[in-house]
Design a protein around this ligand. Structure first.
Ligand SMILES: NC(=O)c1ccc[n+]([C@@H]2O[C@H](COP(=O)([O-])OP(=O)(O)OC[C@H]3O[C@@H](n4cnc5c(N)ncnc54)[C@H](O)[C@@H]3O)[C@@H](O)[C@H]2O)c1
Length: 267
């Protein structure tokens, strides 16, 4: 249902690869709520993903950008302002990738060059994005910037591997840069810590489907879906959450505050 919560707002959405991507659901909901958006993803995703189909459906443009390249980010943000007709009101960072996870390296056998790449793609890109947008003076007053995180930033989830440290870094960038963005233009910066969700990135984690079921039983409301995450994200992009900043916000059906759930012990 549309409440026109984002009417007249301009946004950039990173990370829509296919229909399962959390970012795809966010893009759909942002459009439903009246926003004008630009989709972006790594150049390689243009070939493997279904981003063009999504863009046609949502009648929006796609601008390729490697999130680790400041040059690509400058081009993306400048072109987005041209296409959308003004400064940006919201940005979604839904970018993550680990070569160590992909190559099934265990946490005690990590390749450090790949680890650096993981941190660059999954966390430092968030800083690069915010710094580039600040240098280009690209955000409107009271704008909103959100990145997607996971509770492995705070607790130990052995199979989440080096992505745990990536998320810890990502959340820290939200807190630290949140100060500077608030002072510059009252822009807020938050991370959403989302339930396990069946997507390309999620399914790459070892034992993901068993873990997905465990988290579902451990959460009194069950796992939060990508669609529900998109609804939450819309509220954070809207004018109804203007004083929320520098937070890591759990969107996980209650998982993060559970100790023991009897449902986990049931056969
Ligand atoms: N799926 C889950 O269980 C889950 C849970 C919590 C948080 N998250 C986070 O949500 C975000 C979105 O992931 P998803 O689960 O929707 O999976 P996804 O695989 O659909 O999305 C990951 C995206 O990152 C993009 N990407 C990778 N390298 C890039 C680069 N160099 N430049 C630009 N884009 C690049 C991919 O093309 C893809 O679109 C990620 O940050 C992920 O860690 C996912």
């Amino acid at each position: 249902m549309s409440y026109n919560l984002l009417k007249g707002k301009r946004g950039i959405i990173f990370g829509a690869l296919d229909e399962k991507s959390i970012a795809s659901q966010i893009a759909i909901k942002c459009k439903e709520q009246g926003a004008d958006i630009v989709l972006t993803n790594a150049p390689v995703a243009m070939r493997f993903g279904q981003i063009q189909e999504l863009a046609e459906k949502l009648e929006c443009e796609v601008i390729p950008a490697d999130a680790t390249s400041v040059e690509d980010l400058e081009n993306l943000i400048t072109k987005s302002m041209e296409i959308l007709g003004g400064k940006i009101d919201f940005i979604l960072h839904g970018v993550a990738m680990s070569i160590n996870v992909r190559k099934k390296k265990s946490y005690t056998e990590l390749n450090y060059e790949w680890m650096k790449k993981t941190f660059d793609i999954s966390a430092i890109s968030f800083h690069k994005l915010m710094q580039t947008a600040m240098n280009l003076d690209a955000m409107n007053e009271w704008g909103s910037i959100v990145a997607l995180s996971y509770i492995a930033a705070q607790r130990s989830f052995p199979d989440y591997n080096e992505m745990a440290e990536s998320k810890a870094l990502l959340e820290s960038f939200a807190r630290s840069f949140g100060y500077h963005w608030a002072k510059k233009a009252n822009v807020r910066v938050n991370t959403i810590s989302q339930s396990p969700t069946i997507t390309t990135a999620g399914s790459g984690i070892k034992g993901f489907s068993d873990f997905y079921g465990y988290a579902d039983r451990m959460s009194p409301l069950g796992n939060a879906s990508a669609e529900a995450c998109a609804d939450y994200c819309v509220t954070l992009f809207s004018d109804l959450t203007r004083m929320v900043t520098m937070q890591n916000l759990y969107h996980d059906g209650g998982f993060s505050n559970m100790g023991m759930a009897p449902e986990v012990l049931e056969d």
